[in-house]
Design a protein around this ligand. Sequence first.
Ligand SMILES: [Zn+2]
Length: 105
Amino acid sequence: MNEEEPQKAVLLDTCLRNLQEAWLDLHCCNGTTHYPLKLMAQRFGGELTLRNALPRLRCRKCRGAPPFIALLETGLTDGKGRPRGWRLVLRSSGSPTTPPEQAAK
Ligand SMILES: [Zn+2]
């Protein structure tokens, strides 16, 4: 873990077409979903920045915004299912098992 983390703000302002090797790690009620940015660029357009693309992501099951989003350098794994490159958490707004409306009570 001595590698220097890429700057989150810089990545958020990067266009999708320049992040085509990267993947998103989404956590929601569906569990963990790995989503290639290449596909996202095809769907939303390569000119869109990551910052503007994130709000468009929806969980396939509940149609809500995934509470946890991380960026993975690559979709490749080390053979044990773990990502090979760096991983940067972009959004972490609580656990999907405890929705805010329930946690508030
Ligand atoms: Zn969901």
